[in-house]
Ligand binder design. Structure first.
Ligand code: GEK
Length: 241
């Protein structure tokens, strides 16, 4: 795994963050050192797939990046057939995903789509996964996407999503940020790297509160839901239609 050193050196003025070749090349290292419990999220969601997959339906992974979820899904599904549609608007990410997919015996069951998640049709789905990607959409597009997900899910189908969040209370919010930067330092990011990444993401990644997310999924129609994992300013939900 190539180490992420993108913000280790002075890059000021820091350009806005983009999912380009440079990021895709170090993405796996970046995400594991930047998202607390990332492996746990992917592994447990993959284990939920055989529990909720309905025969002859689709699994969607929206904002799939380099395919960690897809790889884990292949393992979790074993010999059972499935159809996954993995969508990302970064061609750099999908090039890496495609190489990994081709190396897997079950990889042919994953279809890669290079498009914006707000432009694709969601149909006949039993599982939709959106990990750490809603946060990059405009608020209006988040609403529209979750509405489309609800409509595209079959009865009993599930939406699994994870997000970086913010706390509505200023003191709790500061505490969560402090623990998050502590986590990043423990994972080898310098104060300069942390500060520059934060600047790069400032207008690109807009976190919302748990309440905002619950309101959105509720108004889309989801009534059965659970926060199955939470770590300070990161949260994973499970919502069933
Ligand atoms: C994982 N889910 O490993 N349309 C399509 N893709 C998009 C859009 C969009 N509008 N906006 C952003 N992306 C993955 C990790 S990363 C999270 C997801 C992170 C894509 C973007 O190209 C990137 O690959 C992904 O969403 C976000 O669990 O880097 O913090």
């Amino acid at each position: 795994m190539k180490r992420d050193t993108i913000y280790d050196h002075d890059r000021r003025p820091v350009p806005p963050f983009a999912f380009n070749d440079q990021v895709a090349a170090v993405f796996d290292d970046m995400i594991k050192r930047s998202i607390p419990l990332y492996d746990e999220v992917i592994q447990r969601q993959a284990q939920l797939i055989p529990a909720f997959y309905q025969e002859n339906t689709r699994i969607y992974d929206l904002g799939c990046s380099t395919g960690n979820l897809g790889v884990a899904a292949c393992e979790a599904m074993g010999e059972s057939p499935f159809h996954m549609i993995a969508v990302d608007n970064s061609a750099s990410m999908l090039t890496i995903y495609d190489e990994r997919r081709r190396a897997l015996p079950a990889g042919g069951q994953i279809e890669l789509v290079n498009d914006d998640v707000t432009r694709i049709a969601i149909e006949n789905a039993s599982i939709v996964i959106i990990n750490f990607t809603l946060q990059f959409l405009s608020l209006a597009n988040r609403d529209r996407l979750i509405d489309c997900v609800y409509k595209g899910l079959r009865p009993g189908g599930v939406l699994l999503f994870s997000e970086k969040i913010v706390h509505a209370d200023e003191d709790f919010s500061t505490l969560q940020q402090d623990f998050y930067y502590r986590f990043k330092r423990e994972n080898g990011y310098s104060d300069l790297a942390i500060a520059q990444k934060r600047e790069a993401l400032e207008k690109i990644l807009i976190p919302e509160t748990v309440g905002d997310h619950l309101k959105r999924v509720n108004s889309a129609g989801f009534k059965r839901l659970d926060i199955w994992l939470k770590w300070f300013n990161f949260c994973s939900w499970m919502c069933q239609k």
